[in-house]
Design a protein around this ligand. Sequence first.
Ligand SMILES: Nc1nc2c(ncn2[C@@H]2O[C@H](COP(=O)(O)OP(=O)(O)OP(=O)(O)O)[C@@H](O)[C@H]2O)c(=O)[nH]1
Ligand SMILES: [Mg+2]
Length: 351
Amino acid sequence: MQVGLIGLKFTGKTTLHNVITGANRPTGQGGVDPHLAVGQVPDARLDRLTTMFKPKRTVYAAISWVDIPGFQGGVGADGAREAVRFLEHGRKVDAMAQVVRCFDGGYGTPDPVGEMENLALELVLADLQIVENRLERITKDKARLGKVANPLEGPLMERYRAQLEAGRPLRELTLSVDDAKLSVGYAFLTSKPMIIVLNHEEGVEPEAALLTAAGQAGAAVVSLCARMESELAGLSAEDAAEFLADLGVAEPALPSMIRAAYSALELQSFFTVGPDECRAWTVRRGSTAPVAAGVIHSDLQRGFIRAEVTAYEDLIAAGDMSAAKAANKVRLEGKAYVVQDGDILEIRFSV
Ligand SMILES: Nc1nc2c(ncn2[C@@H]2O[C@H](COP(=O)(O)OP(=O)(O)OP(=O)(O)O)[C@@H](O)[C@H]2O)c(=O)[nH]1
Ligand SMILES: [Mg+2]
């Protein structure tokens, strides 16, 4: 699962990518190649489990982040080439996070609403191009062969065209199962989940009008200061707490951004616990227990018998695993069980 950091130039994408993935690539320099790296998904529940079980190691869930070079749009061959490159990279990711410049930083008066509109329009136009091409193809085939391969496709593309011509993203449409299946192959940009990251100067809060505009542009809105987050990452836990207290900030904003992306991808975590390892694993929402077992090891899926399941909240309320057992909070679930976010699993299997 990949999240693409997208946006115009000099908005703070590389600065954020460095903090999320622990990389140290130069910022303020642009570039033309995307860069992929893995970043941990912070999880306060896993921290708590670590305190409870004192394992030898703790392993967080992880997702991949692609730092996609910024795009300025504009006219002329350079602008067009940049746009094409940007859109190609955008097609490969599963979700997008648009980083919006709300700080001056020597790059001129910020225009966050304009940036969001500019990029949204670029994505809409790219999708519209695909839809127009497809409709043209359908018309030609009909004339030549007297029929169409899939009678659902024409009406669906017409519906898409109307939505895009109204300047709205495809993700807003509710699709039937068949329509959704049909759409997969096109890798439409505006059907991918999108979160908006308002990159502010330290200590500045976004205005209400900006938050409203951002709320319309994406499924989740996070406001942070990328530069401050990157300073924080270099500090010990104690110094970081002091630094935040001085600024009057309760907690760093980066974890909520990462969690928003994780959630936009329709992912959730289940845990395994023990004296050796406490670990968060990633499954799609709606996955069954054997699928979750398969994330740990294919043998566990193949030989799946049952799962011992304890909800995180139940374990915390009980205090420890034996108290949770005594309170009948450790359930035995079979193959059809749908794993819930925060479930603590122990898989029984035989191969
Ligand atoms: N003042 C201020 N500057 C920032 C902030 N975040 C990033 N910058 C600076 O803005 C410049 C651009 O940051 P980058 O992270 O390289 O921006 P980018 O989006 O990757 O840019 P491109 O790769 O060209 O698209 C750098 O000089 C950063 O130090 C911030 O929150 N406040
Ligand atoms: Mg960059």
